[in-house]
Design a protein around this ligand. Sequence first.
Ligand SMILES: *[C@@H]1O[C@H](CO)[C@@H](O)[C@H](O)[C@H]1NC(C)=O
Ligand SMILES: *[C@@H]1O[C@H](CO)[C@@H](O)[C@H](O)[C@H]1NC(C)=O
Ligand SMILES: *[C@@H]1O[C@H](CO)[C@@H](O)[C@H](O)[C@H]1NC(C)=O
Ligand SMILES: *[C@@H]1O[C@H](CO)[C@@H](O)[C@H](O)[C@H]1NC(C)=O
Ligand SMILES: *[C@@H]1O[C@H](CO)[C@@H](O)[C@H](O)[C@H]1NC(C)=O
Ligand SMILES: *[C@@H]1O[C@H](CO)[C@@H](O)[C@H](O)[C@H]1NC(C)=O
Ligand SMILES: *[C@@H]1O[C@H](CO)[C@@H](O)[C@H](O)[C@H]1NC(C)=O
Length: 341
Amino acid sequence: MMETFKYPGCFLLMATGMCIAFPYLFKFKSLNRVNNIPLPLISLNHNRSNATIQTTVTGRHFVCYRCEGRLGNQLFQYASIYGIAMMNNLSIMTHKSCVTTKYFRIRNSTLAHDGSACSSFKVLSEKMPRVFNESYFTLPKTINIFLVGYLQSWKYFQNVKDSLLEQLRFIEPIEKRARDEIDALKSNYINVIGASPTIIGIHVRMGDIFEDPRYHQIGMEFAPPGYIRKAMGYYMANYSNLLFIVCSDSIINVKVTIDSFKLNVTIQYIEGKREPIDDLAILSHCQHVIQTVGTFGWWAAYLSGGTSVYYKFPGRQGSVAEKRYNSYDYFYPRWTGLDSK
Ligand SMILES: *[C@@H]1O[C@H](CO)[C@@H](O)[C@H](O)[C@H]1NC(C)=O
Ligand SMILES: *[C@@H]1O[C@H](CO)[C@@H](O)[C@H](O)[C@H]1NC(C)=O
Ligand SMILES: *[C@@H]1O[C@H](CO)[C@@H](O)[C@H](O)[C@H]1NC(C)=O
Ligand SMILES: *[C@@H]1O[C@H](CO)[C@@H](O)[C@H](O)[C@H]1NC(C)=O
Ligand SMILES: *[C@@H]1O[C@H](CO)[C@@H](O)[C@H](O)[C@H]1NC(C)=O
Ligand SMILES: *[C@@H]1O[C@H](CO)[C@@H](O)[C@H](O)[C@H]1NC(C)=O
Ligand SMILES: *[C@@H]1O[C@H](CO)[C@@H](O)[C@H](O)[C@H]1NC(C)=O
């Protein structure tokens, strides 16, 4: 999920339980309202691309961020920086390495791309990657900030959710591929079963967690088969005419595992050589999403807009993984955490 282990805790989930987070949500909403005004166009004077840099149009200062890790991490960084920028009336400066502007209809023209200037900004470094730090909503008004971190809490962007979801639509070729795939699977289901399906996406994150011992060392676990079985059972208990669509970075192994459950439901495995973005797109077109662990599944669930089930115990007890996050800040309130028993 990420190339460096500078913030080993950042992608770790853990165990403190399911979401009884409505009081949090309520408090949050009443605290922070912000206008969803689009950021204006920026013109940069590159000869002043230092701490003194300002937009000639708005006179706003900047918040700069760096894209760390892969897709799920970068989505969190963009979403949170966007929310923080809107809250503080700041313009966003982004590094060229960010993939989000490549795949999504982000208002690219409102981003300043001169990331080289960031190094002269005042650096704020996040301490806990999955703990919401409310002080980022009241940044100093008169300086440029370089906010370094993973910023993995939905609370940073809840206040701009509609505007964010508008921007996190896939660009046309990706969108079309996903639509075509979903439509084909759906009409196939209708032909065979004679009814329209409720489509549940399943994302099983395994590959790197399974293979790279560093994940295990810091206490990050993948979701056991018992959890996946239970999560599928959750939807089977609540819906009829289910079509499960399974994506994984280790689909061959996952297919063996899920087939071994011998469930009387329709399951479609998404196989073959694919880009991760296409998996994210197809999952986000499902009505509901079963996550295992990691930010990729988190975003699949968030973008789907449906309900979601996640694995409650991905951080071993007492590990670095377990300590560095707050499940109320990380997991979206409407989602349900399940164990594997
Ligand atoms: C930056 O300064 C150089 C030399 O003074 C000038 O040639 C160039 O046009 C300036 N660039 C911008 C973007 O102002
Ligand atoms: C910007 O930074 C460069 C190199 O760090 C320095 O030479 C230059 O004087 C700075 N310009 C301003 C306006 O601070
Ligand atoms: C945002 O900053 C600009 C430039 O300083 C200022 O003109 C504008 O009034 C600010 N908007 C808000 C809502 O504070
Ligand atoms: C966003 O802007 C950057 C810099 O101008 C450019 O390199 C990139 O291709 C743009 N992305 C899209 C999707 O237009
Ligand atoms: C929140 O951010 C502020 C500003 O960077 C920092 O001083 C503070 O220690 C942070 N709080 C936590 C709990 O990380
Ligand atoms: C779904 O079914 C489970 C039982 O497996 C139940 O506990 C849960 O409340 C149901 N959820 C909904 C949204 O109906
Ligand atoms: C499987 O499910 C279908 C429809 O839900 C049902 O008609 C069929 O009897 C079930 N088969 C078995 C072996 O339980």
